[in-house]
Design a protein around this ligand. Structure first.
Ligand code: FES
Length: 111
């Protein structure tokens, strides 16, 4: 099973194919997901620090375009954790959490 490493938080093993946003949440990382995993809010975004996860899906590209997120941020390998299925080891830095934003996470995305 693959390992997810979260910068400054540790490493945990997750079920192959689990959505990254759920893998984070179920392991004590309070990442935001305010649209419930529908690739609309971008609050679940993470910076990919390691692992083969750097190609954006069309849904993610559209979500970032709609939120006016600067193109150069893609070069920092931002992805939407609600759109990533964990199939191999990955290292991430969550951008928005309950702790750093003061916001509520939002509805739990579907499995
Ligand atoms: S874009 Fe809203 S939860 Fe991922």
């Amino acid at each position: 099973m693959p390992y997810v490493t979260v910068l400054g938080k540790g490493t945990f093993e997750v079920e192959t194919g689990k959505k990254l946003v759920l893998a984070l949440e179920d392991n004590g990382i309070h990442i935001l997901h305010q649209c419930g995993g529908h690739a609309k809010c971008t609050t679940c975004r993470v910076e990919i620090l390691g692992g083969d996860y750097c190609v954006l899906t069309e849904k993610e590209q559209t979500a970032f375009d709609n939120k006016d997120i600067e193109y150069e941020l893609f070069e920092d390998y931002l992805r939407l954790s609600c759109q990533i299925y964990v199939k191999g080891d990955i290292t991430v830095r969550p951008i928005m959490t309950v702790e750093n934003s003061g916001l509520t996470p939002g509805p739990r995305p579907e499995d």
